[in-house]
Design a protein around this ligand. Structure first.
Ligand SMILES: Nc1ncnc2c1ncn2[C@@H]1O[C@H](COP(=O)(O)OP(=O)(O)OP(=O)(O)O)[C@@H](O)[C@H]1O
Length: 251
């Protein structure tokens, strides 16, 4: 890897579900600061791969390393404390709290702050300031004091993103960030993710190929649990094996 230590890597990752080999000897490297997209047909094993990284599934064999730490069999909450950030579902936004309070809650959860009284957490400037800065990053600064329930769907997804990046994760897992979005919302999300360029080491799983090709520095193609190619968007677009087994059919 040219002497660069990956932010996250897997070696020989195997996940077997009775008859199905959902991960077939996956060697994967996420380089510092890159957006590395994983694409592949339905059932290729993308979700299974992500779930092994988050700790929702343990691999049948192989190894997962976050920085220098072997996390293969570590619990999810410990992985999060070590710097794994995962996009929340919209349902994790507490609708009765303000936009800012939701971000503060996310910062607080990661920082290990244990305030006995919630109002003290909301007032604590060491939580407030970074939360406000993060809201500015995602374009929601003006809505900080509104109850989250008044946000439009696209804004909720921006808030969700703020809640993930607020704790400055070393590795950001984005599992279908464009899911359920219309054209305009998707374009805004692509712009938002582009504004993060270089800031996070990001694994992106996404079915929207326009978004993938706009955002990814590198793309790995998963077919039947195996990575059949890894390369720049241009290399992947031109790869005959990828075209035959996946992109060709989509095009
Ligand atoms: N808990 C499970 N038990 C049994 N088989 C499973 C389980 N989870 C996934 N599989 C199988 O593993 C294979 C990979 O599934 P996975 O959901 O990881 O694919 P995917 O690439 O995420 O698909 P999609 O794009 O449709 O979300 C599929 O054949 C699936 O049926």
């Amino acid at each position: 890897m040219n002497g660069v230590n990956p932010a996250l890597s897997t070696r020989g990752l195997v996940k077997r579900f009775s008859g199905v080999l959902a991960s077939d000897n996956v060697d994967f490297d996420l380089l510092p600061g890159e957006v590395h997209a994983i694409i592949g047909p339905n059932g290729a094993g993308k979700t299974t791969f992500i779930k092994q990284i988050t700790g929702e599934h343990f691999p049948t064999a192989g190894r997962i390393t976050l920085g220098d730490t072997d996390i293969t069999r570590m619990r999810t909450d410990r992985r999060i404390l070590l710097g794994l950030g995962r996009s929340f579902q919209v349902t994790s936004v507490l609708r009765d709290l303000t936009v800012l309070e939701n971000v503060i809650l996310a910062v607080q959860a990661k920082s290990g702050h244990s305030f006995k009284f919630w109002h003290r957490a909301v007032e604590a400037s060491e939580l407030r300031e970074p939360a406000l800065a993060t809201l500015a990053d995602v374009g929601l600064r003006a809505k900080a004091d509104l109850p989250s329930r008044v946000l439009a769907y696209g804004e909720l997804r921006q808030l969700e993103m703020a809640m993930v990046i607020a704790s400055n994760p070393q590795v950001l897992l984005l599992d279908e960030p464009m899911a359920g979005m219309g054209t305009v919302e998707s374009r805004l999300m692509v712009e938002l993710l582009q504004s993060f360029r270089g800031r996070f080491s990001t694994i992106l799983v996404e079915h929207d190929m326009d978004a993938v090709f706009a955002l990814a520095d590198r793309i790995s193609v998963l077919v039947y649990g195996r990575i059949i190619a890894t390369g720049s968007p241009a290399e992947i677009r031109e790869n005959p094996q990828v075209r035959a087994s996946y992109l060709g059919e989509a095009a």
